[in-house]
Ligand binder design. Structure first.
Ligand code: SF4
Length: 335
């Protein structure tokens, strides 16, 4: 169990972090992140409280809720070790063909009706083919013409031409995760490189699109990897950082890993907030299996956004439970 009472004397690292990040708005640097990563368990509630204050100051109490749409499930050529959509793993995902424009529109209507302000189109590919890109652009145009949704797309590795076409179709944001640190990335994926991921992320920013870039913790990376990962993200200045927790999928190489310790999951959410005080830090996949009854603490550790279940290949908890949690915590769901 995590003792969330703050009755221990202020820890010096938290005392140092408060004026720097909360008062001056300066993102935590490596030295500060290292100190906070090493905080003893009984001081972690102080860290969570600070991250919550930083979130309140720079992001307010509004929460952006997002729904993901898996527009082409499974059959991916890549070998990401956590992913049940990789064709090479004997997972329970049954590959599907690319959805029709009408299916995209119907999913967007459903997301809007569920209370989401953001709709993210996700396709399990290394990068978009011409046919796929055209289908996504046509769908984005149709959705933007009909619904007041922020539309994000996640289509893998992309170049400037892809991004210009998506921007001209009306896409607001592009998701492309770094997943982990540069050092650990080859233990996650060997069919493309960390540098290729960075190049796509930089191109997203250069083309004037919002960047959504985060990753997954609990894949076997060290605490140092987690800090390196946060600093790589910080340098990219993403508008949004989705924080996922490994939900080990049967049949994948990481299928037998344990879920991350709840205290480490919460610590990471808080460090993400301190590393990027103004970003939309989105509490995302794996939160239910990792935190279970402590998900409210995740939202109180600096998160300012939430992905509603499901998460492409795994279910989440029912929407009403998420909305009730947000209401009880005093968050305002953004329209
Ligand atoms: S994470 Fe993305 S690129 Fe990697 S195997 Fe899964 S769908 Fe493919």
């Amino acid at each position: 169990m995590i003792d969330t009472r703050i009755d221990s004397p202020p820890h010096p690292a938290v005392t140092r972090a408060r004026p720097a990040v909360l008062d001056a708005g300066v993102p935590a640097d490596r030295a500060l992140l290292e100190e906070l990563m090493a905080l003893p368990a009984d001081a972690v509630p102080q860290l969570l409280a600070l991250a919550n204050d930083v979130r309140e100051r720079f992001c307010g109490s509004g929460v952006g809720v997002e729904v993901l749409f898996n527009a082409k499930k499974g059959g991916c050529s890549e070998d990401c070790n956590f992913c049940s959509q990789a064709a090479r793993y004997a997972s329970d995902v049954i590959p599907e063909t690319l959805q029709t424009v009408e299916s995209f529109r119907s999913a967007a209507r459903d997301a809007h009706a569920r209370g989401a302000s953001e709709f993210c189109i996700v396709v399990a590919v290394r990068g978009p083919s011409e046919r796929l890109l055209e289908r996504v652009c046509e769908s984005v145009r149709a959705i933007k013409a009909e619904l007041p949704l922020h539309v994000a797309v996640s289509l893998g590795i992309m170049n400037d031409d892809h991004l210009v076409r998506l921007r001209e179709a009306g896409a607001d944001k592009v998701n492309h995760n770094l997943e982990s640190s540069r050092r650990f990335f080859p233990s996650v994926c060997t069919t493309h490189t960390f540098e290729e991921r960075l190049t796509t992320c930089r191109a997203v920013k250069a083309q004037g699109l919002e960047l959504c870039c985060g990753g997954i913790i609990g894949m076997g990376e060290t605490r140092e990897d987690r800090i390196d990962f946060l600093l790589e993200l910080q340098a990219l200045e993403p508008e949004e950082v989705p924080v996922n927790f490994l939900n080990p999928r049967p049949g994948t190489p990481f299928g037998d890993r344990s879920t991350v310790e709840p205290i480490e999951a919460l610590r990471f959410v808080a460090l993400t907030r301190l590393a990027m005080p103004r970003a939309l830090v989105r509490f995302a996949g794996g939160r239910e299996v990792t935190l279970q009854g402590l998900q409210n603490l995740g939202m109180l550790s600096g998160a300012s956004g939430l992905v509603l279940g499901n998460y492409l290949t795994t279910e989440g908890q029912p929407d009403d439970r998420d909305f009730r949690m947000l209401e009880e915590l005093g968050f305002e769901v953004l329209a």
